[in-house]
Design a protein around this ligand. Structure first.
Ligand code: MV4
Length: 697
């Protein structure tokens, strides 16, 4: 077995391979680009070699740089992961020429499967079933049409040079064929420079079922069951599961043996995946073969109990397959959800940002998180915006699905847009629960999946108000130098002699402004009122300040108590206790409940100069810095523009001024404190608002 392995990849797959190598006592070498200098996979590896600038084509894809990294580090083998150079026959050859073992198939096998049409021809000769159709060289329209007429409509025109769904066109009747063919040829010529077509029987509701195969260098080959990957969007897999729902033992054996037969047809060695289209009548047809370990391999690992990277390393080191076919047993059901920084509400555009808040669900024998990022990492613009693969297992599909839904809710990510809500909505639809799977699922159930999430103001608003207040008090307590813990000046509870300790908060959430009044009674806090602030424009707010417009209560005053410990908010609603996680985000906060999340921020009344809410920087630290002096007295009236607090940042003094006539209710920091950019520094009450809530109590 190798003593040192170089991983020619990044992100979650690099971390995953390193994890297995470490378990096997193999030293690891990471490679990294400029953008990945501080990435998790570099930190996890024993050594790391810089291979070039951020763009993959200048670093991870430069064969010479990867080979040089192996030479410099003395790695005996290279694991390519997936993507990047994992299916590059030239790279596999370069490894062999450099005397480094390529953890993957022979270059010839990679090449054989590289062309979809050549692959189909090889499989046809090997007796592997293909979709009924015509793959011939005679490309005369009459010949192509005759094949369509013979197999019956609908048919699918596929560009021979196409792949991954590109260059496909459905033809539903003979009358449409000529025009459709001409259009498909034009597209193929424009896209691939090759207008050759193949004609196939169109399967209207196929499933994408792929079989994991493994072959060693001693002529042994096995299959490790199948994965259903039908849930795809624009040919990108979204959710994968194993085993495929509804598979009989006979069908599993038939597809598995056919997959091994396909692998043998190209003298395969290593981990491979044979993709089939599974028709509604149980017929299955070869689609393509992937000559690498796939992204979704963990679901196979979860139901077989095997570590496929360990198998790869052993086979690459010349060892026989760890198990014979009859020793491979399946137990339970597994799902994988791909968590991405992308915006499902904006055509799944990749998102950017910093992972300001990142709390994966707790891992266990039921929950596995394969990730390559940590809290605080930037989502790189140079690579695939995958945050993690969330993998769950349980005894059967129903229980595994329950685990998946829960784990998606428990996955807390703040600072960038993600597809978590989309995934949760998808896996909780009835058709998915009923395993009504086929490659058109997402498109067909789009309305259901993108259903508007119910806004639960009665839950969100009081909780957000309490969270904000408790978080402020927690910050104020945390920032004060240890003084006299009993000094009333040191209290953050806004205790007032002979008066209810009431706090007025202005929140913006679910696209509306709200005003809430919270009363502190001992260690508990009660939401006295929470109402929509009718003021939605600056003028309306100004008018409302004159008391001209009252909001409408969205929650009756209720005995909602709350406590905040760290990030955990415990809410007690008349004895019904629930927990939520509070996270700061770039422009406010997010409260994560079991059933969903609520994003909110504080807003300040309009002062006429814009910057109406705290998050616009009115009373927030403009950047990291140090508090120099508190220049206003708590409770003393000040006029708009008066200096309230001075802080030093970037070698300059910054004075925070009163946004309006009014007074400072509370400073959250003292002179000498370090504050981070965006931190709320004080609570300011505009003139005429001090006792407003008493009018409404
Ligand atoms: C098909 C098909 C239906 N009938 N061939 C899409 C890309 C490539 N892998 C093959 N694909 C398909 N070929 C026939 N004769 C439907 C698809 C297809 C598909 C296949 C697998 C996974 C997702 C898919 C999404 C759309 C269409």
């Amino acid at each position: 077995m190798f003593t040192k392995l170089l991983i020619a990849n990044r992100g979650e797959i690099a971390c995953r391979v390193i994890r297995t190598a470490r378990r096997l006592g193999i030293a690891t070498v990471a490679v990294y680009s400029d953008a990945d200098r501080h990435a998790l996979h570099v930190q996890l590896a024993d050594e790391a070699v810089h291979v070039g600038p951020a763009p993959a084509r200048e670093s991870y894809l430069v064969i010479a740089n990867i080979i040089e990294a192996a030479r410099r580090s003395g790695a005996q083998a290279i694991h390519p992961g997936y993507g990047f150079l994992s299916e590059n026959a030239d790279f596999a050859r370069a490894c062999a020429e450099a005397g480094v073992v390529f953890v993957g198939p022979p270059p010839a096998a990679i090449e054989a499967m590289g062309s979809k049409s050549a692959a189909k021809a090889i499989m046809e000769r090997a007796g592997v079933p293909l979709v009924p159709g015509y793959h011939g060289d005679d490309q005369k329209p009459a010949r192509l049409k005759a094949s369509a007429d013979e197999m019956g409509y609908p048919v699918l025109l596929k560009a021979t040079a196409g792949g991954g769904g590109k260059g496909m066109r459905q033809v539903w009747s003979a009358a449409d064929f000529d025009d459709a063919l001409a259009a498909a040829q034009r597209e193929a010529s424009a896209s691939f420079g090759d207008e050759r077509m193949l004609v196939e029987k169109y399967l209207t509701r196929p499933r994408h079922v792929e079989v994991q195969v493994f072959c060693d260098s001693h002529g042994e080959g096995v299959y490790l069951a199948e994965r259903d990957c039908s849930l795809q969007r624009r040919h990108q897999k979204v959710i994968e599961e194993a085993p495929a729902p509804g598979m009989s033992a006979e069908l599993r054996a038939a597809m598995g043996e056919t997959a091994v037969q396909a692998a043998r047809a190209i003298d395969y060695v290593g981990a491979g995946t044979v993709e089939f289209l599974l028709d509604e009548d149980g017929s299955f047809y070869f689609m393509e073969m992937n000559t690498r370990l796939q992204v979704e391999h963990p679901v196979t690992e979860m139901i077989t109990g095997q570590d496929l990277v360990e198998w790869q390393l052993r086979v690459a080191a010349g060892e026989p397959l760890p198990l014979k076919q009859d020793a491979i047993t399946l137990h339970g059901h597994a799902f994988e959800a791909r968590i991405y920084a992308e915006d499902p509400d904006n055509d799944f555009l990749p998102a950017t940002g910093t992972l300001a808040h990142l709390r994966p669900p707790e891992e266990s024998s039921h929950v596995r998180v394969d990730t390559g990022v940590r809290e605080g990492d930037e989502i790189s613009v140079y690579y695939d915006p995958m945050i993690a693969k969330l993998v769950v297992w349980d005894e059967d599909r129903g229980r595994a699905l329950q685990r998946l839904a829960r784990a998606l809710v428990d996955y807390r990510i703040g600072g960038t847009v993600t597809n978590l809500d989309f995934l949760y909505n998808l896996v909780t639809t009835k058709p998915f629960r009923n395993a009504e799977l086929d490659t058109g699922f997402i498109e067909r159930h789009r309305e259901l999946i993108f259903r508007e999430q119910d806004i639960d103001l009665a839950r969100d608003l009081p909780a957000a108000a309490l969270a904000l207040l408790l978080q402020r008090q927690q910050t104020a307590r945390g920032s004060r130098q240890p003084g006299d813990p009993w000094s009333p000046w040191d209290s953050a509870s806004a205790w007032r002699l002979n008066e209810p300790h009431r706090h007025r908060l202005r929140l913006h959430c679910h696209q509306q402004d709200f005003e809430a009044v919270v009363e502190a009674r001992g260690k508990d806090h009660y939401v006295v009122s929470a109402r929509v602030s009718a003021a939605t424009t600056d003028d309306e707010r100004a008018e409302q300040r004159q008391g001209a417009t009252d909001g409408v209560d969205v929650v009756a005053s209720e005995a909602l108590q709350a406590r905040l410990s760290g990030e955990t908010l415990t809410l007690d609603r008349d004895g019904h206790r629930q927990r939520a996680t509070l996270a700061r985000t770039q422009d406010g906060h997010t409260l994560y409940f079991a059933e969903g999340a609520c994003h909110f921020r504080e807003w300040q009344p309009d002062t006429g100069e814009g910057g109406h809410d705290a998050s616009a920087g009115g009373l927030l630290a403009p950047m990291n810095g140090t508090i120099v002096a508190l220049v206003a007295d708590v409770g003393a009236p000040v006029t708009a523009g008066s200096p309230l607090l001075i802080m030093e940042a970037m070698k300059m003094e910054h004075t925070l001024r009163a946004p309006a006539d009014g007074s400072v209710e509370q400073f959250f920091f003292q002179a000498g404190d370090l504050v981070s950019g965006g931190a709320e520094l004080l609570q300011f009450t505009p003139a005429g608002e001090e006792n407003r809530e008493s009018a409404h109590a």
